[in-house]
Design a protein around this ligand. Structure first.
Ligand SMILES: NC(=O)c1ccc[n+]([C@@H]2O[C@H](COP(=O)([O-])OP(=O)(O)OC[C@H]3O[C@@H](n4cnc5c(N)ncnc54)[C@H](O)[C@@H]3O)[C@@H](O)[C@H]2O)c1
Length: 253
């Protein structure tokens, strides 16, 4: 996909992976919408990015991805301001087993809802478009201590592969990234503070911790690559690999 000049909307982009994805895109002359529930982080990030990449290159929209009206508003404001939408990145995520309904709401239902609302817009564009969904290594392998988080992320993999399979245009693609533990600001801290961390600790220590920048590099490469609609990409400190055959058309599965 040619991403130069594209407009991207990234959920949960106030910090962590989302912010790093925004920076990669801004380096390619894209415009980015920082779609964030936390107004302080969201507006601070958008201001910093505008200072770095030029006024108007980033815009903050306060959005709780679990609220349909907020999604509608984010899409409306993006189109009003930038006149088009090329890339949707469903990145906002949450990790808790205690409030497990919320984990499903943020990590899975919101990804589906945002995609459903954005798909008709993306399909209408004359230019190339993409949806990038951020799952997790927990969407490929079991997480005995975080079964609901894992289920939500398996759901993202399944949903991404299924909508990718329904796309019949060379102009559009759907990608899904599955990183292992990474040194983002919130996620690892939340994991370490979680009730189960004692058990997870050995996995974190044996697998190691990814740099956010490594995941952002893969994100950019995958977006710019050709013919990879449906790709599910596993990223850990030792390996970056496609997890499923991504030529799904006429699949006999
Ligand atoms: N960091 C890791 O180890 C890791 C590994 C695999 C997958 N992931 C996934 O990557 C994604 C990003 O994680 P991160 O590590 O950058 O986390 P993070 O906590 O640093 O950032 C997540 C951002 O999402 C925002 N957010 C949370 N709920 C929201 C909502 N309802 N609406 C809008 N924004 C909301 C938060 O305010 C925060 O700014 C998540 O989906 C996470 O599950 C993270």
């Amino acid at each position: 996909m040619n991403i130069r000049g594209a407009v991207a909307l990234i959920t949960g982009a106030g910090r962590g992976f989302g912010r790093a994805f925004a920076e990669r895109l801004l380096e390619k002359n894209c415009k980015v919408v920082i779609c964030e529930i936390d107004s302080t982080t969201g507006s601070k990030t958008a201001n910093e990015l505008n200072n770095l990449y030029g006024d108007g290159s980033a815009m903050f929209i306060r959005c709780d991805v679990t609220k349909s009206a907020d999604i509608d508003n984010a899409l409306k404001k993006t189109l009003e301001t930038y006149k088009k939408l090329n890339i949707l990145v469903n990145n906002a995520g949450y990790l808790t087993e205690t409030n497990w309904m919320k984990t499903l709401d943020v990590n899975l239902k919101a990804v589906i809802n945002f995609s459903k609302k954005a798909l008709p817009i993306l399909k209408q564009q004359d230019e190339q478009t993409a949806i990038v969904n951020i799952s997790s290594a927990g969407g490929l392998f079991p997480m005995s201590e975080n079964p609901v988080y894992s289920a939500s992320k398996y759901g993202v993999v399944g949903y991404s592969r299924s909508i990718a399979d329904s796309i019949d245009s060379d102009k559009m693609k759907v990608l899904c990234l599955c990183p292992s533990f990474a040194d983002s600001e919130g996620f690892l801290k939340e994991l370490k503070a979680s009730e189960n961390y004692k058990t997870i600790k050995k996995d974190v220590e044996s697998l190691g911790v990814l740099k956010v920048s490594t995941v952002a590099d893969v994100f950019l490469k995958a977006l710019e690559a050709q013919n990879n609609n449906g790709a599910v990409i596993y990223i850990n400190p030792f390996e970056i690999s496609y997890k499923f055959p991504h030529k799904l058309k006429n699949s006999k599965l």
